[in-house]
Design a protein around this ligand. Structure first.
Ligand code: C5P
Length: 429
């Protein structure tokens, strides 16, 4: 990161004190930091602290910058390699989502042409409010990066999701975002990710579906892209925003998901996080099925769907070098997941407990922002990962995948080339 420049926007939240530590660590890493302090932010940290730690003047007033002899707000917003907002308050994110420009921070954020990383911190109820959820989704759909918030005790005495990410996590994310594209650990790799549920039509208005939200699969696609991979995300119907820098192929049924995955090959790695329906309706009705008064309910015949994970794992010509599946189980989670890994022929499997009191007693993982998994690797070894935010889990998995692929030649999965020796690869399964 040495020699890179960061514009750090410090908004008004109690977590602003942690931002001081972020500045210190950035300076230690040879990064120059310029700060914009909002009016509310100055209630929590002083301009003097920011100036002393950053070694630069602190900017807090839009109108003192309008004189062309000074640094204009446009220049301020563009001279950085990355803009970081820490803490990002609900109010500042709402302003960003709405395109407001009524103070220096919001104006610089609207004017910048550089990547932006937000580090939200607020009371858990404010974080989960539909207004904040919608603003964050909108910002992410525009390509803004986010880290946190983390779960835990809040300064206000409540407990939940809302703590600013730790300085070390913020620094690691900044390092990933500032890395030169060619030096990112997954540069030159193609990753295929499946996410969300599939919908299997019964008739033109009804379908069979499941509770998958797509949160985990979308987070994995985003994490792989952050590490430099070219990512194709094949997604069933979800409400999640498209992850920044990812090619999203939207499908509805399992058969369409398989077609889209096969069309996306070759890939260096595949992560199948989708909750694919196991069965589809055999011959869905072409017209809406009608209720007849007093009539018997219709019988729906089902037939099995293709297993995408197994198909990719057992593709003798185009198998990705590393194939990862998920196993949602309600009992004997690790045992069942181990069997599944062998049966499907994938390399790794992430097992999670989806029983009502699973996820370490926090209830089902469906739609939740946290997840508890056990990673089972190619030799059957089990790693118990602590409960964590689905975004953090995705980052951790992406780093593990990058580490594993280190030895494989780059460019092996380019269009039309299939140089992996699949016989050798498959002999491991
Ligand atoms: O068999 P089960 O549904 O428990 O397997 C879960 C794993 O298999 C997940 O990784 C899921 O994405 C994948 N899968 C699939 N196609 C199916 C069923 C499951 O890719 N038809």
């Amino acid at each position: 990161m040495r020699g890179k420049r960061i514009l750090l926007v410090v908004a008004g939240g109690i977590a602003a004190y942690k931002t001081l530590e972020v500045i210190r660590r950035l300076r230690d890493a040879g990064v120059s930091v310029r700060c914009i302090l909002t009016k509310a932010g100055s209630q929590f940290v002083t301009p003097l602290s920011l100036a002393a730690l950053s070694g630069e003047p602190v900017y807090d007033d839009l109108f003192s910058l309008t004189d062309e002899t000074e640094m204009g707000h446009i220049r301020l917003s563009r001279e950085a390699d990355l803009v970081v907002v820490a803490p990002a308050t609900a109010d500042l994110m709402a302003k960003m989502a709405g395109g407001h420009a009524n103070d220096l921070a919001s104006t610089a954020l609207l004017a910048t042409n550089k990547p932006v990383l937000i580090c939200p911190a607020m009371n858990p109820a404010m974080w989960s409010h539909p207004a904040t959820r919608a603003n964050v989704a909108l910002l992410e759909s525009r390509g803004i990066y986010r880290i946190g918030p983390n779960p835990g005790d809040m300064a206000c005495g409540e407990d939940g999701l809302g703590r600013l990410a730790e300085p070390a996590e913020i620094l690691a994310t900044i390092a990933e975002l500032l890395a030169d594209p060619g030096q990112k650990p997954l540069a030159g790799r193609h990753a295929l990710v499946t996410s969300g549920p599939t919908h299997e039509p019964i008739d033109p208005v009804r379908y069979i579906a499941n509770h998958s939200s797509g949160k985990q699969g979308h987070a994995i696609a985003a994490a792989l892209a952050k590490l430099g991979a070219r990512v194709t995300l094949v997604s069933g119907p979800v409400h999640e925003p498209d992850p920044p820098g990812v090619t999203v192929v939207r499908i509805t049924t399992a058969a369409q998901m398989l077609d889209a995955c096969e069309a996306a090959l070759p890939a260096d790695l595949a992560v199948c996080a989708a909750a694919v329906a196991d069965w589809t309706v055999d011959g869905p009705a072409l017209q809406k099925m009608k209720k007849t008064p007093g009539g018997a309910p219709p019988t729906i015949a089902l037939r099995p769907n293709p297993d995408i994970l197994a198909t990719l794992s057992q593709d003798s010509a185009r198998r990705p070098a590393l194939v990862v599946g998920f196993a949602a189980e309600t009992e004997r989670v690790v045992d069942h997941a181990r069997d599944k890994r062998t049966r499907k022929g994938c390399d790794w499997i992430l097992a999670n407990d989806v029983s009502a009191n699973g996820n370490q007693g926090r209830g089902s993982t469906f739609g939740a922002s946290e997840n508890t998994v056990h990673l089972i690797t190619e030799d059957g070894a089990v790693e118990d990962w602590p409960t964590m935010d689905k975004d953090r889990l995705a980052d951790r998995l992406a780093l593990r995948l990058a580490e594993h692929l280190k030895g494989n030649p780059i460019g092996a999965a380019q269009e039309g080339e299939h140089p992996f020796d699949c016989t050798v690869l498959n002999s491991e399964h």
